[in-house]
Design a protein around this ligand. Structure first.
Ligand SMILES: *Cc1c(COP(=O)(O)O)cnc(C)c1O
Length: 403
């Protein structure tokens, strides 16, 4: 998700055209006139903050995510922060999450003063493992009246924060059952999963108390900068988030609670509203590319070496990323870079091993599946405009490396 990963001007290569990890220029070219007109409309109105574009986007995307309410915010990170604040999570609290995600998932938990608790992932889906979660509840906490206390820290467990990584929903039914048994709300990090569906057809963001979306440019629905949204079914949580979004002022300049500036710009909302009607087509193109990769790798002769991503039998995977598992990953990545093929490692350091979380006292081996994924995973180009010949070029280069 970083900017390096989005670089589109790769060197030309003698063996063929470059294959960037992501190329946003093609998408912009197809919508250029419409997007510029939408931006011009905002300029003409000179209403830049929480205006009609933001409201219309909140309507459209909350409905798309099967939710009653949408609260447009300044980024996916701020969506997570706002969700945690709306649930009153802070110092002395703990939130259970996955160690294998973008930093914001755990960073925001720590940022509100709470303690991130990491349960390992399922190696097939890279998502929070219900078995690891169940085992944690059985062995690592104690009940004290109504409160559930993490034994190691004494912190009060307040929420579960699963991530729908790479565009595939976490295994939500058992996670919901555990959350219900322990009376904990679920916050969904759906930053990579807009429109993804669980096996029963429920959409990412609609399953927990609050869902958090990101419109970072490399997400399936990307803004021209930072933007995000919280979605929820709960009118009270929605109202609390709307107030916290504007420094807790209600009415204006009267502050019953302390919020922050989490607002979404009209300009970003206008761009997103032009792009949104194309989202399902783009997702379908990503799904086609994923199917083509599976075919091409099956024919490549290196199917043994290259582990394909989980393919959900039910549900809807939106393939924000197509992540394979490979031996000699870093060597392969350099080999592909020399051939002007862009890849990225999501993520090289699991969250429980990040230096800033050393105070949590984790060691290697605490989340072995996340650690293995961090050593072996490699994201390949999957963006909608990727051509069949480019995809074949990626697979041929990988086959060459192992062949
Ligand atoms: C992108 C992302 C975020 C943060 O979103 P921003 O809009 O970049 O702040 C949070 N969690 C996950 C899993 C993400 O991929």
């Amino acid at each position: 998700m970083d900017h390096e990963a989005m670089t589109t001007d790769l060197r030309p290569d003698g063996a063929g055209a470059a294959v960037p990890l992501l190329d946003l220029k093609a998408q912009f070219a197809s919508l250029r006139a419409e997007i510029l007109a939408a931006i011009e409309g905002v300029c003409d109105r000179q209403q830049f903050i929480l205006g009609p574009e933001v409201r219309a986007l909140e309507d459209a995307l909350s409905r798309y995510s099967q939710c009653a309410h949408g609260i447009g915010v300044s980024s996916g990170t701020d969506a997570l922060l706002l969700a945690l604040m709306a649930l009153g999570i802070g110092p002395g609290d703990a939130v259970i999450t996955t160690p294998y995600s973008f930093f914001a998932t755990a960073g925001t938990i720590a940022r509100v003063g709470a303690r991130p608790v990491f349960c390992d992932i399922d190696p097939a889906s890279y998502n929070l493992s219900p078995a690891a979660l169940e085992s944690w509840f059985r062995t690592a906490c104690d009940r004290d009246g109504d409160a559930l206390i993490e034994r190691r820290s004494g912190a009060r467990v307040r929420a579960i924060l699963p991530v729908h990584l790479f565009g595939q929903c976490a295994d939500m039914k058992p996670i919901e059952a555990l959350a219900a048994r322990h009376s904990l709300p679920i916050i969904e990090d759906a930053a990579q999963a807009i429109g993804a569906e669980a096996d029963d057809g429920r959409r990412a963001g609609s399953i927990g108390a609050i869902g958090c979306l990101s419109f970072f440019p490399s997400k399936n629905l990307g803004a021209f900068g930072d933007a995000g949204m919280c979605v929820t079914q709960d009118p009270e949580l929605a109202e609390r988030m709307r107030v916290l979004r504007v420094h807790g002022g209600k009415p204006k300049y009267h502050h019953g609670v302390i919020g922050a500036n989490f607002r979404l710009d009209e300009l970003q909302a206008a761009v997103l509203r032009v792009k949104f009607p194309h989202l399902d087509d783009w997702t379908a193109a990503r799904q086609r590319n994923a199917a083509c990769y599976r075919d091409a790798f099956a024919r490549s002769g290196v199917a043994q070496q290259v582990g394909m991503p989980d393919e959900p039998v039910a549900g809807r995977h939106i393939y924000n990323q197509f992540v394979v598992r490979v031996p000699r990953r870093d060597e392969l990545r350099r080999f592909l870079a020399e051939r002007a093929i862009g890849t990225e490692v999501y993520y090289p350091v699991p969250l429980h091993r990040q230096p800033c979380f050393a105070y949590l006292g984790h060691a290697d081996g605490d989340c072995p599946e996340a650690e293995a994924a961090a050593r072996e995973s490699l994201a390949l180009p999957i963006y909608p405009e990727l051509r069949a010949d480019q995809l074949e070029q990626v697979v041929a280069a990988i086959a060459h490396f192992y062949g």
